[in-house]
Write a protein of this length. Structure first.
Length: 209
């Protein structure tokens, strides 16, 4: 019996090479405070199926919490709701704190649409998250759009920021019912006896682009 067999799908350094919509699991949700004293949740993903199974998509999605101005709250709440509804969270669940929310997000499953975005800081193209959707029954759907040519491109295609949040998400097409939501884990991290928090618009200074 051989010690192991060579498998090109089981190697270090694999990365997502195309934009598209991917079924993913949240591998990490980091809460930190920006230079503007705003709280930010930065979310990392891993692809669940298809040709990029197991590949990470990291530093591509951030949501920032600010309390002012009031006119930004409507779009901010929609952005956070878009994430939680895509994860399968039911109506009426109260979000007591960003700390609890960040903890509860790990292990949740959803679909994300990503596109290439050129960084104004280094001129490289990175994937960024455009919107959150419920899991796709037909599996992940790369769209064939590979990283645009750039003199400074690297292979780290999963690094980026979600500037798209500043103007809101695209209208989402109807999605299949999400069977990936882990209600037990979410409930354990999210007590419902408090008041829901209000997410807010990201500050451009908090993002990599």
């Amino acid at each position: 019996m051989p010690l192991f067999t060579v498998d090109s799908n089981n190697v270090f350094g694999k990365y997502v090479e195309e934009a598209g919509t991917y079924n993913v699991i949240i591998t990490n949700a980091r809460l930190y405070t920006s230079n503007n004293s705003n709280k930010v949740i930065s979310i990392d993903y891993q692809v669940l199926d298809g040709k990029y199974t197991g590949c990470p998509i990291i530093y591509a999605d951030s949501l920032t919490w600010v309390d002012y101005p009031e006119e930004n709250l409507t779009m901010s709440i929609k952005r956070f709701n878009s994430l939680l509804v895509a994860c399968g969270v039911k109506d009426g669940v109260a979000i007591d704190s960003l700390e609890q929310l960040a903890s509860a997000l790990k292990g949740q499953k959803l679909a994300i649409e990503v596109e290439w975005k050129e960084s104004s800081k280094d001129g490289k193209y990175y994937l960024r998250v455009l919107n959150h959707q419920k899991l796709l029954h037909d599996g992940s759907q790369p769209n064939g759009k590979t990283r645009p040519e750039s003199g400074q491109n690297s292979h780290q295609s999963n690094f980026g920021g979600n500037r798209g949040q500043a103007t809101g998400y695209r209208q989402q097409a109807p999605q299949a019912t999400n069977n990936g939501f882990n209600q037990t884990n979410f409930n354990a991290a999210m007590p419902t006896n408090g008041k829901p928090q209000r997410p807010q618009q990201p500050n451009a200074d908090d993002l990599p682009f």
